[in-house]
Ligand binder design. Structure first.
Ligand SMILES: Nc1ncnc2c1ncn2[C@@H]1O[C@H](COP(=O)(O)OP(=O)(O)OP(=O)(O)O)[C@@H](O)[C@H]1O
Ligand SMILES: [Mg+2]
Length: 238
């Protein structure tokens, strides 16, 4: 918990600060520069949408930020702490501040919707050791996403859009400071996309959550505080 108090004293610090980030893929002896000198920041309580053509590097950037891919060159700081160089305890606590919604849902097939969400809850939160408290929180999240009636359904029994909504509830289960969402509404209809965006907006406005998400859908841009455009691995200046 040492780190939590250190973080809370730096409330106005950028939640995310990416500087001069590069990434290169080498596939079948072909080298492809996918990210070039990317600078990107997200402030506390800010909702940012990252947009750009297919293949321009959006998912690569999000996977680097969430630690699914190793950084090759450049810097990624979360609340002022370099992700890559932090000591082990700090690294774990920093990563626990990120909630991630993937382009495909990655739910655990043998667990119900509720259990998938409970699995992601922070076991160090004392009150949540109590299963009933965890279940209540999971059900509240499911309710917020219009899925109360699917509490006990397994992923195979859900539609693509419903699975994605469970994945969003799961990402929120650890009470993240930064929610990273890769095309979270891609498999949803207009009504459900609007519901998700309203929920993100509400969490940003009332809980001070920061959101960084990608979306091709221009109709969703009005929910964000800022739109960042990326093309061919480079951020396009405003
Ligand atoms: N593991 C990999 N190995 C080699 N090349 C890859 C790998 N992952 C992605 N790429 C390439 O990197 C480029 C960027 O891919 P990325 O998935 O980041 O794009 P994107 O902007 O998220 O696209 P989309 O909007 O279609 O999701 C693409 O040209 C892709 O082919
Ligand atoms: Mg992508």
């Amino acid at each position: 918990m040492r780190i939590q108090s250190k973080f809370s004293s730096k409330l106005m610090e950028l939640v995310l600060d990416v500087r001069n980030l590069y990434h290169t893929f080498i596939f079948e002896f072909q080298r492809q520069d996918v990210l070039t000198s990317v600078d990107l920041h997200v402030k506390p309580g800010e909702f940012v949408i990252l947009t750009g053509p297919s293949g321009c590097g959006k998912t690569t950037l999000l996977t680097l930020i969430s630690g699914l891919r190793a950084i090759q060159r450049g810097s990624i700081k979360l609340l002022g702490n370099e992700l890559f160089n932090a000591d082990a305890a700090t690294r774990l606590q920093l990563r626990a501040l990120i909630g991630m919604v993937y382009q495909s849902h990655h739910l655990i097939d043998f667990l119900t919707a509720e259990e998938n969400i409970i699995l992601a809850m922070d076991p160090s939160v004392r009150a949540e050791r109590d299963m009933l408290v965890k279940q209540r929180r999971a059900r509240n999240l499911l309710k917020q996403l219009g899925l109360e009636h699917k509490t006990h359904a397994r992923p195979a029994q859900l539609s693509g859009g419903q699975r994605q909504r469970v994945a969003i509830a799961r990402a929120m289960a650890c009470r993240p400071k930064l929610l990273i969402a890769d095309e979270p509404t891609a498999s949803l209809d207009a009504e459900n996309s609007g519901l998700i965006m309203q929920l993100f907006r509400e969490l940003v406005d009332t809980d001070g959550l920061s959101v960084l998400m990608t979306s091709h859908d221009q109709r969703l841009h009005r929910y964000a505080d800022r739109i960042v455009k990326i093309s061919d691995g480079r951020i396009i200046p405003d």
